[in-house]
Design a binder for this molecule. Structure first.
Ligand code: ZN
Length: 283
């Protein structure tokens, strides 16, 4: 899908195992930046390379033009296809240095963050060629100038990218979406990253991995809604935290009810978020 002459979005489907006998359909947005060469923002889950290559051919470009894959972070639905793309075309992979190890050693990532069907989403580690730093400017070519904004919280090395020519901000999974069970490593870091994004100069487009893109006035609303949602989760958890002898699972379920989210949407990674919040904020 074309968003601007320079920005195209691909929505890539995948299945996520949320319980022993339950799988749900999800999708992730990745972005194709068309300059003199091509830069991908994220690579999608394993197997996405064919969809990316066919899309490029449909719009009259060649997969061989891909020169960079910039990863917003190392979670499997974002980097799963990176190794396959890199094998097919000569490109460089960039990620924030805080997530180099998770990218380069998927078994280590799985040991730290056990997504139930992790190996369906990624089956190969990939080497980082460029370690991104906050504030760094990547002059890809005269049509693509990209600023790196470190936005930890969802994961330690989550990064947003600002494409200066289109004033477009790519946020990956950094901004939590209202009414969806929150998934982040650190509530505090998420909050300070969102406050930082909120105070950036006005961006014309906001392109999230989780949601349709936003533009003009909707951009600030999307970030403010994310901040409001963080506080709502905090308040809900605070209400139940002193209830004696609750397992994390029960506590997490109560928090969902308090937030008016159906327990049908319960997710093992969400339980991990609640566990982290208890440890970081309430113990
Ligand atoms: Zn993620």
């Amino acid at each position: 899908m074309r968003i601007t002459d320079r920005i195209h979005q691909l929505t890539l489907p995948f299945s996520l195992k949320v319980a022993e006998n339950k799988t749900v359909k999800r999708s992730v947005n990745i972005f194709i930046l068309l300059g003199k060469r091509i830069t991908l923002i994220d690579a999608g889950p394993a197997g996405s390379e064919e969809k990316i290559f066919s899309y490029l051919e449909e719009i009259g470009r060649s997969p061989d033009e891909i020169k960079f894959i910039l990863l917003t972070h190392s979670h499997p639905d974002h980097m799963g296809a990176a190794a396959a793309i890199k094998k097919n075309v000569a490109c460089k992979v960039g990620i924030h240095l805080a997530e180099q190890r998770w990218l380069e050693d998927i078994d280590y990532q799985f040991s730290q963050r056990p997504v139930p069907n992790f190996y369906d989403l990624v089956n190969e580690s990939v080497t980082a060629d460029i370690l991104l730093k906050d504030g760094e400017i990547l002059d890809i070519d005269e049509l693509l100038r990209i600023k790196v904004i470190h936005a930890p919280g969802h994961s330690p090395g989550s990064s947003c990218f600002l494409l200066q020519q289109d004033n477009a901000l790519f946020t990956g999974d950094a901004i939590p979406i209202k009414h969806i069970p929150p998934i982040y490593d650190s509530w505090h870091e998420s909050l300070s990253s969102l406050e930082r994004l909120e105070n950036l100069p006005y961006a014309k487009y906001l392109l999230s991995a989780w949601h349709d893109y936003r533009q003009e006035d909707e951009v600030q609303d999307f970030i403010s809604d994310g901040i409001e949602w963080l506080y709502a989760v905090y308040t809900a958890l605070e209400k139940f935290k002193q209830t004696n002898n609750l397992s994390t699972h029960h506590l997490a379920t109560y928090v969902l009810k308090e937030l008016n989210i159906s327990v049908e949407n319960y997710h093992p990674l969400y339980e991990r978020t609640v566990q982290r919040m208890i440890k970081d904020l309430f113990s």
